[in-house]
Design a protein around this ligand. Structure first.
Ligand code: GLN
Ligand code: ZN
Length: 760
């Protein structure tokens, strides 16, 4: 018999119950007991959803994120968050978000840094280490969940984050060496495993996903040291790796003294043979055969063809699971009411993925006949998707294969076109602009909602939006900005807005995935070949331009960002889907140019997010991603100015590729890092124009004229003043007009001061 298990289940709830409960607690609308009750009910539901498995994860539920939970478990919360007379959960929320329910201003602290969990769109709070870091075991949370699970007769498998990955994800706040902490961390893990064993637990899952990244020798050594010590514990360890291939860490992973290894065979299928050779024959091998990162049905027959021989060899040593935690997919497809039936038949969310797992296990254990109905229904869905006209559009495929390199190249090099653009646009030194969106007021949201609900008709909606544009343009004129935008009032989301107007996209009602804390996103699904039936933004942009003599920037989302923020089809390489998106947005760029728009911004906020986990694979990704951008942007005439925008300051390691995109202007987030980004320009001469953000739009603070002048002067030490722009870090949609007006007014004043100072 093969064993089925799961690495983790989404905790947000199929109706986002956890989100709403957390936010109510933070606003003091409910007490902590109620929050705890809601959490316990969710866990119960989720264990029921997984009841058919042989082993069910416990401890994967979290009020914020599993890395912060681990810091909590190991007694490693930053000192600043631990307040006297305060309970543990409030300290935990302070670490996560700087404050907990009902905190006075004086109790607020700075929140822990947040960063992306491997190559997912999920974020965790970075553990902090320093010379004084000490660990101690705090198992209350975990034991409580174990107790609940036992009462509900759940077949428990606790899930914990491994010691080496935990250390590697953290950050030393002083010059101490975090790896040196391993020695004092391990006894705490040993103690934990001992405790779990005393609870009668047989198997524990220890996640070590950094095994799929490049590790130097000391980190490899750390693995050996760690697991040699944990081996002494009277409990079976399943070491879980996921998100990628083991590569040079394969032998290491196979030889660690644990009782089982989980391999993500969605990503590392090719490594199976090697693992089979290397793995001692008393160890369990768990195969992650169902994709935990996308929403497509598994091809069960193809999977079985591949699995059956492996099962023959391994017998009960073979375990089956999804590739990684199901945290990264929505909860339950059956929630959807409006989804096209055919498309729905191609999809599987967390609950459906576990059913697939069950079917596969049954087919192995009892023969295919025992699940013949499920298998044939699955085969039909797979075939329907493969052959569907909704997926395949010959015209789109032809257009993609006709793309040639020249389409991604501007007519002239930057210096020539910059001169032409300067003449046409007549901008001052240090020109000012914004990133696109202006405050999304309650009225704007209400108008969009009324339209969606059919309470106002298309004409009324259009008039209301024009009113918003008029107001936004007037404000920008009054502020004295140089390059204007229409304000993006009509956009609820920068990807969804375009997806809804392109073919090949599908949208769910409840396909929420946790992004961080209580925040969720609902990624569109790229179902089929992508094209643009008609212009998407031309009317709006033209209308906005008609209201002003200043240049109006056209605002588009770039192909790489649309790709990286969607669930992408798995039947062709991501790069192929990206090129289809590139052509669709290119059509829009050319139409905007045709309509007389002189400046077009193509946002690539998520370009960096697509970087592979291993640096050795970065180049391949950057090659096709930046190529797609160039195809999108570079078909315009010399006189048209292309802007792009990126939302992060870690820019240094990909600067050459970004420069090769050849946008005339790039605007970028920098103010929070105090222009640290600019250090890269000491080594790399960025050839085009750049607008390093001077206004931190994540903060309600109004930046002073002096602070912005100072930041720009730092920039002017590295980049000639003639090539600098003055702008905020990102869009202003989450801010209020009462903040935006004074901030931009200061920004314009700063630009004036600078241009006087640098005028020759
Ligand atoms: N143009 C978008 C805006 O201003 C860009 C948002 C982003 O970069 N995330 O809102
Ligand atoms: Zn941004």
């Amino acid at each position: 018999m093969t064993t089925t298990h799961n690495l983790g289940f989404p905790r947000i709830g199929k109706n986002r119950e956890l989100k709403f409960a957390l936010e109510k607690y933070w606003k003091q609308e409910i007490f902590q007991v109620e929050l705890q009750q809601i959490a316990a009910r969710l866990r119960q539901q989720h264990w029921q959803d997984q009841a058919a498995l042989d082993l069910v994860p416990v401890g994967d539920f979290s009020f914020y994120d599993q890395v912060l939970d681990t810091s909590f478990l190991l007694g490693n919360l930053p000192k600043r968050v631990v307040q006297n007379n305060s309970n543990a959960l409030d300290n935990y929320f302070r670490a996560a978000r700087g404050r907990s329910a009902g905190d006075l201003e004086s109790q607020c602290v700075h929140a822990g840094e947040m960063t992306k969990w491997f190559d997912t769109n999920y974020h965790y709070i970075v553990p902090e280490f320093d010379k004084e870091t000490q660990f101690s075991l705090h198992t209350e949370r975990l034991l409580q969940q174990l107790e609940e699970a036992k009462q509900q007769e759940v077949k428990v498998k606790p899930v914990i984050l491994g010691p080496v990955t935990y250390l590697s994800l953290g950050k030393a706040k002083d010059d101490s060496d975090k790896l040196a902490l391993l020695e004092q961390l391990l006894p705490v893990y040993v103690q934990l495993l001992q405790l779990l064993a005393e609870q009668g637990i047989e198997w524990v899952q220890i996640d070590e996903p950094i095994l799929v990244t490049e590790l130097n020798e000391s980190w490899q050594q750390a693995f050996k040291q760690a697991y040699a010590q944990l081996e002494t514990s009277p409990i079976n360890i399943l070491l879980a790796t996921y998100f990628g291939q083991l590569k040079e860490n394969l032998t290491l992973a196979c030889q660690l003294p644990v009782n089982g290894l989980h391999l993500d065979t969605i990503n590392a299928k090719d490594e199976l043979d090697q693992v089979l050779t290397c793995l001692a024959d008393d160890k369990v091998l768990s195969l992650g055969i169902i994709n935990g990162r996308n929403i497509w049905k598994t091809d069960l027959l193809a999977t079985l063809d591949w699995l059956e021989p492996i099962h023959k060899t391994l017998q009960e040593r073979l375990w089956l699971a999804p590739s990684c935690s199901l945290l990264h997919v929505p909860v339950d497809l059956n929630n959807e009411q409006d989804l096209d039936e055919t498309i729905q038949s191609w999809l599987a969310f967390a609950v459906q993925k576990l059913t697939e797992l069950e079917t596969l296990a049954k087919a192995l254990n009892e023969g295919r006949d025992s699940v013949s109905q499920q298998l044939s229904a699955n085969a039909e869905a797979i075939k329907s998707r493969q052959q569907s006209k909704r997926v395949h559009d010959a015209t789109v495929k032809q257009r993609v294969s006709d793309i040639d390199e020249a389409m991604g190249q501007r007519d002239s090099a930057y210096p020539q076109r910059a001169a032409i653009q300067a003449k046409r646009l007549e901008l001052p030194l240090f020109p000012t602009t914004t990133i696109g969106s202006f405050p999304q007021t309650i009225e704007i949201r209400k108008t969009r909602r009324d339209y969606r609900l059919g309470l106002i008709n298309a004409h009324q909606y259009q008039l209301a939006m024009q009113e918003e544009i008029k107001n936004c343009v007037r404000e920008q004129e009054l502020l004295g900005l140089d390059v204007l935008v229409h304000g993006e009032a009509e956009r609820n989301d920068m990807v969804e807005y375009f997806g809804q107007q392109l073919t090949g996209f599908s949208f769910t009602q409840f396909g929420w995935v946790q992004s961080y804390g209580s925040r969720c996103v609902k990624p569109p699904i790229i179902v089929g070949d992508v094209s643009r039936p008609t212009a998407m933004t031309v009317d709006t942009t033209q209308y906005a331009q008609s209201l002003s003599n200043k240049p109006m920037k056209g605002m588009l989302t770039g192909p790489v960002t649309i790709l990286n923020w969607s669930f992408v089809r798995d039947d062709q390489p991501r790069s192929a889907t990206c090129l289809q998106l590139a052509l669709a947005i290119r059509d829009e760029v050319l139409d905007l140019e045709q309509a007389g728009i002189q400046i077009i911004q193509i946002d690539e906020a998520a370009l960096r997010e697509g970087l592979p986990l291993r640096q050795s694979q970065w180049k391949a990704y950057l090659d096709w991603a930046t190529y797609a951008f160039r195809i999108t942007a570079n078909g315009v005439r010399d006189e048209t100015q292309i802007h792009t925008h990126m939302c992060y300051s870690e820019f240094n390691d990909i600067i050459a590729e970004i420069a090769a995109m050849d946008a005339d202007v790039i605007t970028i987030e920098t103010s929070r890092s105090d222009m640290e980004l600019l250090d890269v320009f000491d080594q790399f001469a960025y050839p085009n124009e750049i607008g390093p953000g001077v206004y931190d739009i994540h903060s309600p603070n109004i930046p002073s004229i002096d602070s912005m002048v100072a930041l720009m002067e730092k920039a002017a030490q590295r980049i000639p003043a003639q090539r600098l722009w003055v702008n905020p870090d990102c869009g202003l949609k989450t801010r209020g007009w009462d903040e935006v007006k004074p901030a931009l007014s200061n920004m314009v004043a700063a630009s004036k001061l600078l241009s006087e100072r640098y005028q020759r």
